[in-house]
Design a protein around this ligand. Structure first.
Ligand code: GRF
Length: 230
């Protein structure tokens, strides 16, 4: 592939999205897909919570959903059972890319290694700093000047896969956990569609040895950073 090919019309990237909550990031992708702004087809949404508002968003857009609730009939569904069903569902949908967008269960290494498509995660910190939970609180406690969000490849080690893109903001002296969460989420809503566009156009690498490494020889090293001081 040459750089010129990046502007050619391309086959839509088939995307499966895993969610646990509100699904505002999913909504951004749905809107962009429906507007024809992104060359994607959202082929299905999996939620581990039956009360996730993300499911309503998907159903309203006529996107197939699978609810693999972590609590069913009063019993907790173990992660292995969840992963078996999730893998079957993903195989049936045949995605090119799996997006974890606010998905809050920790997945096992064997699931991650065997899913039928590359998987990326949206994380609310500037990785590699602040892996895990409560990132906004920890950023404020540490008196950080900068914060943001990252999109990284999912590997067996939590929040440790290659970081593809990041969006950065300046932490304000008056910021609270709530204000930072809201400001970072606005960044996520921009970073996710930009990143998926670059993946769909094969500018960012989905696989380790794909042709886009040719392009990267001539581009800055990853992660690609977007500075939005909103
Ligand atoms: C995002 O802020 C993401 O950083 C975190 O979970 C949130 C999901 O938001 N991991 P939504 O469900 O997309 O609204």
């Amino acid at each position: 592939m040459s750089v010129d090919n990046a502007s050619q019309p391309i086959k839509p990237l088939r995307i499966a999205v895993l969610v646990s909550g509100s699904g505002s990031n999913l909504q951004v992708l749905i809107n962009a897909m429906q507007a024809g702004a992104l060359p994607i087809e959202i082929v299905g949404v999996i939620s581990n919570r039956e009360d996730a508002y993300a499911l309503t968003r998907a159903k309203d857009a006529n996107i197939p959903v699978a609810v693999l609730s972590h609590v069913a009939k009063g019993k907790r569904m173990g992660i292995k059972t969840f992963e078996t069903h999730a893998n079957e569902q993903l195989i049936a949908w045949q995605p090119d890319l799996i997006v974890l967008a606010g998905f809050m269960r920790v997945l096992s290494g064997s699931f991650i290694d065997n899913v039928p498509a590359p998987m990326i995660n949206l994380h609310p910190s500037l990785l590699p700093v602040y892996k895990g939970l409560d990132t906004h609180k920890r950023v404020i406690q540490a008196g950080e000047r900068c914060h943001g969000c990252s999109i990284h490849k999912v590997t067996a080690e939590l929040d440790a896969g290659q970081v593809l893109t990041q969006a950065v903001l300046n932490v304000d002296i008056n910021d609270t956990v709530e204000s930072l969460q809201s400001r970072v989420q606005k960044l996520e809503h921009q970073l996710l569609p930009w990143t998926i566009l670059l993946l769909a156009k094969n500018v960012l690498p989905l696989e380790a040895n794909n042709t886009s490494s040719q392009i990267q020889t001539y581009l800055p090293k990853l992660p690609l950073q977007l500075l939005i001081d909103g």
